[in-house]
Design a protein around this ligand. Structure first.
Ligand code: IVH
Length: 671
């Protein structure tokens, strides 16, 4: 390929990938599969390596996450990053305004009002329109260089948009807040919990933890966002008001919070505070107040700063949604991977409109750090939809009879040893066959998003397990109606429904099946990626660490975990058992385009032209599936000579029954 042709292809690829990034990250409406996206990305990476050009700095290839760092380098902020003075009531806001009017000898102060996002502050450097470096706030003077991680944030422009009104400044220091929306945060936490990882306490911690990752590939998988709200030192552009800065940032392509407003005097500022307070529960992200900033930059200069906060800005904080109650007990829950989570059981109390009686205490360190004891009166709080948390104990209310919490030395479910691995916050039960772990494991397997077996919730799983009918997820497929009927609270109808749901789950999409296995670090998204890349369980079973890490998004830790999972004897046996049960994960091709995709066949009686095995492979070759029993979801029953009771079942369920000739026609074989 010559230089010119390569240059054109590179430009095309960058444009296409940017378009697909926007579809994926901003519009949540991807147009191409991850595999196709990965192919475009890989082609671009290869061409960029062969034909280096100036556009590389802003290329989408720079977003995928660079090699892990040993530690972050210190970053000196060209201009220090200040913090804000706080106000906790309208009176304090009015005092602030009165002070400023006195100091500046003016009647009314023109403000800009902005939501105060609850994330973490970052400082970004752009030179001639290109993103160069970025850092966390740190102590305000020196932060940590998190450039590689910032690049992975989809909404952060790597290249500024040229604006006719205001050309690129030669140097721009721009400040903003990196945050995570609540919904993706909750999803991330659910995934972490199913993978045996400690959940983040709130979206802010999740955003901070994600941005301060030494492995940028991990950051790239976290749903981070950014809003920009200010400038530091600027060369090559001049502003006279803060409002002008915000407008120009938006014109340059930076995400600026759409809720920012001008407030020509303090009463407008107070109205904004009330308005945003009312909007707060319906916003997709957490805010903890609003910020008022003096609009005129000249006036900001006159006012200057005291200690570390500018006199010209104020954080007006919302009252937190808190309540006090009493901790009746601290119990320990055992999760799917054996993680022990201390949970405070409290006298029910209403916080922000919701009755709360349990709050997670995360782990033993957290309980100790906060010194929460059984019998304590505690302050609890709810931030948005997040799981309630215990903020602190009111120690002056102690009677002396409170009991400190001790993590049990043995698993409360199975009595096995508890270990705490080096560097981990979690205590875990070492027993792989701990009943609590197995039950959680089976429940995860059956859950929505995984195999989606209706009717197999916590209670029924426990019932089946305790009756020794199931000891692993594959046992579900060998359950007999009479076994279930012998159980408490199970009648004909519920048993039939459950068995049908189990039968229906025998042809899961491959990604759901992979997710259902509960491999550590493999959440829904990774499972989807694996299914698309490997196309069959057999291929995935054969993959080694290097094949796996060659995929975008899969780091060494995930790869290791997958390989270890399939290498383990117990899991190998489980796979064989699934196979014996007739479980057939559907490859992505089967669930889409193929002629018999999504169709299930049941054979009864014997065929003249071929054996069952051949018939089965004919169906499978076209994306269909052969099952052994008839359910309401069966597409066709193929009746050979001397059919059995399946024919009656088909008739009663009104399932189409076809002859061998019709079957052959359907699969495209003419006799
Ligand atoms: S302005 C000198 N504007 O609040 C101005 N900060 O308590 C300094 N924050 O470190 C910051 N939203 O992390 C500003 N619209 C906003 C903000 C905001 C959130 C955070 C930021 C800052 C902290 C100060």
């Amino acid at each position: 390929m010559d230089n010119e042709k390569a240059g054109r292809r590179i430009a095309d690829l960058r444009k296409m990938i940017r378009h697909h990034n926007a579809r994926y990250y901003q519009q949540d409406a991807p147009e191409i599969s991850d595999a196709e996206y990965d192919r475009l990305m890989r082609e671009l990476q290869e061409l960029e390596a062969l034909f280096p050009d100036d556009g590389i700095a802003s290329s989408p290839t720079q977003r995928v996450g660079a090699a892990p760092l040993a530690k972050f380098s210190p970053f000196s902020h060209p201009q220090p990053m200040l913090s804000l003075a706080n106000a906790f009531s309208p009176e304090e806001i009015l005092e602030f305004d009165a002070r400023l009017r006195r100091l500046t000898k003016t009647d009314a102060i023109d403000y800009v009002a902005e939501p105060k996002l609850d994330g973490l502050a970052v400082n970004l450097i752009y030179e001639n329109g290109l993103f160069q470096r970025g850092a966390t706030r740190g102590d305000g003077t020196t932060g940590e260089d998190v450039t590689q991680n910032l690049r992975t944030i989809g909404s952060l422009p790597l290249k500024m948009t040229p604006s006719a009104a205001c050309p690129f400044p030669e140097f721009l220091e721009v400040r903003g807040e990196v945050y995570m929306e609540r919904k993706p945060f909750e999803k991330l936490n659910r995934r972490r919990e199913t993978q045996g990882e400690d959940p983040f306490a709130n979206p802010r911690n999740a955003a901070a933890g994600s941005l301060r990752q030494l492995d940028a590939k991990i950051t790239a998988r976290r749903p981070l966002n950014i809003f920009l709200y200010g400038a530091g030192s600027v060369r090559g552009a001049a502003f006279t008001t803060h409002w002008e800065i915000l407008e120009t940032l938006a014109a340059w392509g930076f995400p600026v919070n759409p809720l920012v407003r001008r407030a020509p005097d303090i009463s407008a500022g107070l109205a904004y505070f009330a308005e945003i307070g009312a909007l707060r529960p319906s916003l997709p992200y957490d805010i903890d107040g609003v910020v008022l900033k003096v609009n005129a930059l000249a006036l900001q200069d006159v006012l200057g700063s005291v200690s570390r906060s500018p006199r010209w800005a104020l954080a007006c904080k919302f009252p937190a949604q808190q309540a006090t109650t009493v901790v009746c007990d601290i119990i320990v829950q055992v999760g799917r991977t054996g993680t022990l989570t201390p949970v405070a059981v409290m006298e029910p109390v209403t916080v922000g409109g919701v009755v709360v009686s349990r709050a997670t205490l995360h782990n033993a360190d957290e309980v100790q750090k906060k010194d929460i004891r059984i019998g304590d009166t505690v302050v609890i709080q709810r931030a948005g939809d997040v799981i309630p948390e215990v903020v602190r104990a009111l120690t002056d209310k102690r009677s002396g009879r409170e009991m400190p919490f001790r993590m049990p030395g043995r698993c409360p479910e199975c009595g096995s040893d508890i270990v705490r691995r080096e560097g981990e916050a979690a205590h875990r039960c070492v027993n792989l066959s701990c009943p609590a772990q197995i039950k959680e494991h089976i429940r995860h397997f059956a859950s929505r998003g995984a195999m989606d077996i209706e009717g197999l919730g916590e209670k029924v799983t426990a019932q089946l397990f305790d009756a020794r009918l199931i000891a692993d997820p594959a046992d579900l497929y060998f359950l007999k109606p009479e076994q279930l009927l012998a159980l408490d609270r199970q009648a004909d109808k519920s048993v039939r429904k459950l068995l049908d749901a189990i039968e229906r789950s025998k042809t899961p999409p491959l990604d759901k099946f992979i997710y259902a296995l509960g491999i550590r670090h493999v959440g829904e998204r990774t499972a989807g990626l694996l299914a698309r890349q490997f196309d069959s369980l057999q291929n995935l079973l054969r993959a080694d660490v290097s094949t796996l890490t060659a995929l975008n998004e899969i780091g060494p830790e995930i790869a290791q975990s997958i390989v270890e999972f399939f290498a383990e004897d117990h899991n190998r046996k489980l796979m064989e058992k699934f196979d014996k049960a007739g479980l057939m994960p559907q490859t992505p091709a089967q669930t889409t385009g193929a002629p018999l995709a999504g169709k299930t066949f049941v054979f009864t009686g014997s065929l003249e032209s071929m054996g069952r095995t051949e018939a089965k492979s004919l169906v499978e070759a076209q994306g269909g599936v052969v099952l052994s029993s008839v359910t309401g979801k069966t597409s066709y029953v193929v009746a050979g000579s001397e059919p059995g009771s399946k024919l009656d079942k088909a008739a009663s369920l009104r399932i189409p029954v076809i002859s061998e000739t019709e079957f052959l026609k359907l699969v495209g074989r003419t006799t």
